[in-house]
Design a protein around this ligand. Structure first.
Ligand SMILES: Cc1cc2nc3c(=O)[nH]c(=O)nc-3n(C[C@H](O)[C@H](O)[C@H](O)COP(=O)(O)OP(=O)(O)OC[C@H]3O[C@@H](n4cnc5c(N)ncnc54)[C@H](O)[C@@H]3O)c2cc1C
Length: 254
């Protein structure tokens, strides 16, 4: 385990916060991966899976976190302040890897809630823009204020010194809010089924032969889309073999 220090904390809503920590120079990961992080409580280490939000090239680590009121880790973690210690496992893993997909035309990243976390790392990876014509990030939440990183995606990234041109020309961000009025209010799944996705992006309809998909969100959504894509004849990629889509649950229902 590495012991890192909290550098900054930002509370986004009553149930979401983001934080940055130092990064041990020996800690490596691939865009889209997760690791185990946590805190020492008494004599016990409380660790949970967290996707890295930060890009692989940054000298810090950033995470987006839920606040579960009675959650063993996050009931405490939500109170962290700069200077506090966070334990970070030395190894990272996960299936949301560019290398688990066969090459394609456009890459679709479908997220709900904190499931956007691994995709934030991916959209900051220059390699994704070399491999795909367009990268479409669809983020579904209940309330607009849960659209974590919206400003980052709409304002900061398109003006980024090195990634700005990629983001302006190849990244398509599609936020959707299901429980209050918003410019788009359909569930991510519905947008895929009824064609609104193509309308929203101006890109051709999803095509198994040409497009690639990554899915990360609540277990019901992941289960539903996994079933949908398999039924449509798409092959699922894993570390054992490349496919046309890959999935990861954003959390486990207990
Ligand atoms: C592969 C993987 C990657 C993950 N990445 C992240 C991440 O980047 N950010 C993050 O906040 N969490 C992530 N999680 C969930 C995380 O591991 C913990 O479950 C979460 O931090 C809550 O921990 P806890 O001990 O407070 O509560 P737990 O006892 O772990 O969870 C209690 C309950 O809270 C709910 N819950 C837990 N996590 C979430 C969530 N993210 N969104 C909505 N409901 C949730 C579930 O109903 C769960 O049963 C990930 C989980 C997995 C399996």
């Amino acid at each position: 385990m590495h012991t890192e220090r909290v550098i900054a904390v930002e509370h986004l809503t009553d149930s979401l916060f983001a934080f940055r920590t130092t990064r041990d120079s020996t800690f490596t990961f691939e865009s889209g991966q997760f690791t185990m992080i946590g805190q020492t409580v008494g004599s016990k280490k409380v660790l949970r899976a967290y996707s890295m939000v930060s890009p692989t090239w940054a000298d810090y680590l950033e995470f987006l976190s839920i606040k579960v009121p009675d959650g063993e880790l996050t009931s405490r973690l939500q109170h962290i302040e700069p200077g506090d210690e966070i334990i970070v496992n030395k190894k990272s893993t996960g299936s949301l890897l560019l290398d688990n997909l066969v090459d394609g035309r456009n890459l679709y990243l479908f997220a709900t809630g904190t499931g956007i976390a691994p995709f934030l790392s991916i959209v900051q990876d220059p390699e994704v823009y070399d491999r795909y014509d367009h990268v479409v990030l669809v983020h579904g939440v209940r309330e607009a204020r849960e659209l974590a990183y919206r400003r980052f995606l709409e304002e900061h990234l398109p003006n980024h010194e090195h990634l700005g041109e990629y983001a302006r020309e190849q990244l398509v961000y599609v936020p959707t809010v299901t429980r209050e009025p918003f410019e788009r209010t359909k569930r991510v799944t519905t947008m895929i089924y009824d064609g609104e996705l193509a309308e929203a992006t101006g890109l051709p309809t999803l095509d198994r032969e040409q497009d690639r998909v990554m899915i990360c969100g609540n277990p019901d959504m992941v289960h539903e889309l996994r079933h949908h894509f398999l039924e449509q004849g798409w092959e699922m990629g894993t570390t054992h073999g490349k496919g046309q889509f890959v999935i990861e649950n954003a959390f486990v229902e207990k």
